[in-house]
Design a binder for this molecule. Structure first.
Ligand code: ADE
Length: 290
């Protein structure tokens, strides 16, 4: 995959060429290049911005250097997406990152100051992407976030194929807690189910921890997940235990459980018997309805 970043601050991108992405670049899995917009300016002093029509604070980036830079880096046979990083864009999700990772080529435009002349966006951008509901001083950090998020999904970039799949957002739930040596640290022990080597128990524990943390921190995400799964008896049992835990922590009575997010999904009338998964815990989505 080839990613070209158009910016007036190419020196900001050194971190993208180190660590995992640096290694992936050396291995030829990804190609990341920064292109300075300034030399494309036909302006006497190679300016890249000017005051906004209609007045107001700040400067607006000129259309001409951007449009010329985009057309130049696209070449004759560009196949991919051109993305403008902006707080006005669609908020980036893991699903978007997966879609972009399947592209052959991406061109990212980093805006600065008060924004970019709308005509440059209309003439040569395909999509507008925001990395969250906050405003940064420019599109450089968002571009780095986007590149990192996409590049790690390119096959071979992460050492172990497992790590990109079995994690927050791709499974529909937030990730369960992880532990490593020692077994006890400052009086805190690694949870017992992780130590006994029983894979079914480990997976059940990880599923319950994922559901628990998602219900607490991202209830809307937990509800979406619960609505998408086929509720087998074994799975219902695991889910029920999570609700019981939340109940006891919140110190509420059983009648109030129904008000917990997604609790209506685990009522008995939703439960289907599944001869395969009811004999195994199968917590990891093998019986997911999609
Ligand atoms: N430029 C400034 N803030 C931004 C944001 N939140 N996302 C994308 N680009 C931006």
């Amino acid at each position: 995959m080839k990613i070209t970043i158009l910016t007036t601050f190419p020196e900001m991108f050194a971190p993208l060429h180190t660590s995992i992405l640096g290694r992936a670049e050396k291995a030829g899995l990804i190609e990341i290049r920064e292109v300075d917009i300034r030399p494309y300016s036909k302006n006497k002093h190679h300016n890249t911005d000017d005051a906004p029509f209609g007045g107001g604070a700040g400067m607006v980036m000129l259309a001409q250097p951007i449009v010329d830079a985009v057309r130049d880096v696209m070449g004759e046979h560009f196949e991919g997406k051109r993305i403008y990083l902006s707080p006005r864009g669609k908020t980036l999700t893991q699903a978007d990152a997966e879609k972009y990772a399947a592209e052959k080529e991406l061109i990212l435009l980093c805006g600065h100051y008060e924004g970019v002349d709308q005509r440059a966006i209309d003439l040569c951008m395909d999509e507008e992407v925001s990395i969250g509901d906050y405003v940064l001083t420019g599109g450089e950090l968002p571009a780095m976030v986007l590149v990192d998020c996409i590049a790690r999904l390119v096959p071979g970039v992460l050492g172990c194929g497992e790590s990109a799949r079995n994690e927050s957002f791709s499974s529909g739930l937030l990730e369960y807690p992880q532990y490593t040596r020692p077994r006890e640290f400052e009086g805190r022990c690694v949870p017992e189910p992780l130590l006994n080597g029983n894979h079914r128990e480990i997976e059940a524990w990880q599923f319950q921890e994922s559901l628990y943390i998602t219900l607490k921190r991202r209830p809307e995400m937990a509800i979406r997940y619960l609505q998408g799964i086929k509720l087998t008896k074994s799975r219902k049992k695991l889910i029920d235990a999570v609700y019981t835990r939340l109940n006891s922590e919140m110190d509420i009575g059983p009648e109030e459980t129904e008000q917990l997010p997604g609790a209506d999904r685990v009522q008995t009338d939703n439960v289907q018997s599944d001869p395969v998964t009811d004999s195994a815990s199968d917590p990891d989505g093998a019986d997911t309805e999609r």
